[in-house]
Design a binder for this molecule. Structure first.
Ligand code: TXA
Ligand code: MG
Length: 337
């Protein structure tokens, strides 16, 4: 398939992309979190194309992207909690899970009777969804299992030849995927942490909790099918290091053969052959913004067989970074003392 790649998006590109979506094709588009791989969410054949292009297991459901929160009741059974979240956080990097309505094809929800909904605030995403006039099903636009794409190079690398059109708009602001919260459990439960944190959510839903699986390996049936798959993984093996940062630095200083994730302040480490910075140590937003790009950079270093990363701080968006890294590491954590 020939892929139309656009680097400077005009109104007519949006119209063209919207037509492709309406006609059952695939369009990669930017969002404030990561790039998405979009198709008409009401067309089961189009949704099937998403699973095929990504190489994604068909039981792992897709998020439906809407132009405005008030459209949600067409596709799911909304409740008071939903409208509280919508009022506080939409449009923005939040995905909410609710009971699905009949109109949503079952392959979009991986056979589940619930559906995930999100209203992105990225300008291009919003213009595209509005122009398409249909809800847009979109997972992250990476090949299944790879780090999510946060820059044009990433989507071109993974999706050229697999989709009809790619809309490039530079680097995604946030860099980690949306916070996912389910409203079908006894209390509202965060399944995937993101820029919007548990304490943000508790301002409107004080009883909200974090799912155990956010930081622990799932046991039994996961609340979200995505939790059971290895994720965000570069080619090399990722190992997380826990302990005092000065001791972790001492350990890393002898790792000349390995990939190292560290911070701008770690000048000595950064002089090692395969060390990359994820920004300033006290700036978790930078770390989130850079994380997936750095993991992908290691893929272009064939010598690197192992990547060491210090445990990020769990505060704020740090929890989202930790959640992605611990999955990239397949839950391998080494204590350094
Ligand atoms: O920021 C984002 O959310 C990005 C952008 C493109 O919007 N999208 C994204 O989609 O990260 P994806 O498909 O890569 O991740 C969606 C996750 C998957 O782990 C999936 O299992 C879970 O959401 N999910 C979707 N529908 C669900 C449902 N009905 N119940 C439980 N989990 C669901
Ligand atoms: Mg994904």
């Amino acid at each position: 398939m020939t892929t139309d790649i656009v680097y400077k998006i005009t109104d007519s590109d949006i119209i063209k992309a919207a037509n492709i979506i309406r006609e059952g094709g695939l369009v990669v588009f930017p969002t404030e979190t990561v790039y998405g791989l979009g198709a008409n969410a009401l067309d089961p054949t189009a949704a099937d194309k998403i699973y095929k292009a990504k190489g994604r297991p068909s039981d792992n459901p897709l998020i439906i992207h809407l132009a405005k929160a008030s459209d949600a009741q067409k596709y799911c059974v909304t409740n008071e909690d939903f409208y509280k979240l919508a009022e506080a956080f939409m449009p923005g990097p939040l995905t909410v899970i609710l009971p699905k309505k009949e109109i949503v094809p079952s392959n979009v929800t991986g056979g589940l009777d619930t559906v995930a909904l999100r209203v992105p605030c990225n300008e291009v995403a919003n213009a595209l969804i509005s122009a398409a006039g249909v809800p847009v099903a979109a997972p992250s636009a990476n090949i299944s299992g790879r780090p999510s794409p946060t820059a044009p190079d990433h989507v071109v690398e993974d999706m050229q030849g697999r989709v009809d059109m790619i809309l490039c708009a530079g680097e995604c602001d946030i860099g980690v995927e949306s916070t996912i919260i389910t409203l079908v459990t006894e209390v509202p439960t965060i399944l995937r942490p993101g820029k919007i944190t548990l304490s943000d959510i508790r301002r409107v839903l004080p009883e909200a909790v974090l799912a155990d699986a956010v930081l622990n390996k799932f046991e039994g049936k996961p609340l979200s099918p995505g939790m059971k798959y290895k994720h965000y993984a570069p080619r090399a093996e990722v190992v997380l290091l826990d302990g005092e940062y000065s001791k972790i630095k001492a350990f890393l200083s002898s790792q000349r053969e390995s990939g190292i994730l560290c911070y701008d302040e770690d000048k000595e480490l950064l002089s090692l052959p395969y060390a990359l910075s994820v920004g300033a140590k006290d700036k978790p937003d930078e770390e989130a913004h850079l994380l997936f790009a750095r993991l992908r950079e290691f893929d272009s270093m064939p010598q690197v067989k192992k990547i060491y990363a210090p445990m990020p701080d769990r505060e704020g968006i740090g929890l989202a970074v930790l959640n992605r890294l611990i999955r990239a590491a397949g839950f391998t954590v080494i204590e350094i003392d």
